[in-house]
Design a protein around this ligand. Sequence first.
Ligand code: C5P
Length: 229
Amino acid sequence: MSKITIAIDGYSSTGKSTVARQLAKALDYIYVDSGAMYRAITLFALQNDLIGKEQEGVDKAGLISLLPGIRLEFRKNHETGKADIWLNGENVEQDIRKMEVSSFVSMVSALPEVRKKLVEQQRLLGKDKGVVMDGRDIGTVVFPDAELKLFMTASPKIRATRRYKELLEKGETITYEEVLQNVESRDLADSTRKDSPLIKADDAVEIDNSDMGEKEQFERILNHARNLI
Ligand code: C5P
């Protein structure tokens, strides 16, 4: 059986990672969460005072000068069975999901130098195919030749509700309005940035899952994949 590359792009909280994980498991492929990489760089910038409340945004020159020393890896977590992201030898899987990181990640991910570093690493991770990668530019920039490209959407309110529930379960103190605002502002920033904006690739299959159950969505997508393998 030949191995293919599956690129899943779309707006925030459209369930990309859930379906990507399910697909990777069903096909025995690796799953790469590219958003985790942008989040880890953002966490690094926060930890190193390169994003400050007093500063307007990110200290771009400072972050760019430290980029070569930032090491990102995915390592299997034997308790959850999932791959966690490690930043310079430390497991940061939990920390990168916090709202503080979500608030700044779109600013950091708009920097071409950051994108260049991460796209290189993403291409290496997928060089042997047999990969499901989700993000914003996977089908357009990282793997423009991917055999299967999906573009996921859902209404902003449905997405914010899903994300709000997840954050509450993780114990964050947050309001629904804050989450909705973050989802909408990230989508706008991600879709309008100059370098690698979030857009649907011409050959991507669009999936609006506003009214679709997880199981139905997975089966539809798995069918698409099986037809190509
Ligand atoms: O996928 P997730 O919502 O965790 O991604 C966090 C942020 O990382 C996005 O809002 C976007 O700014 C950035 N991102 C990106 N390109 C990717 C994946 C994520 O710019 N391929």
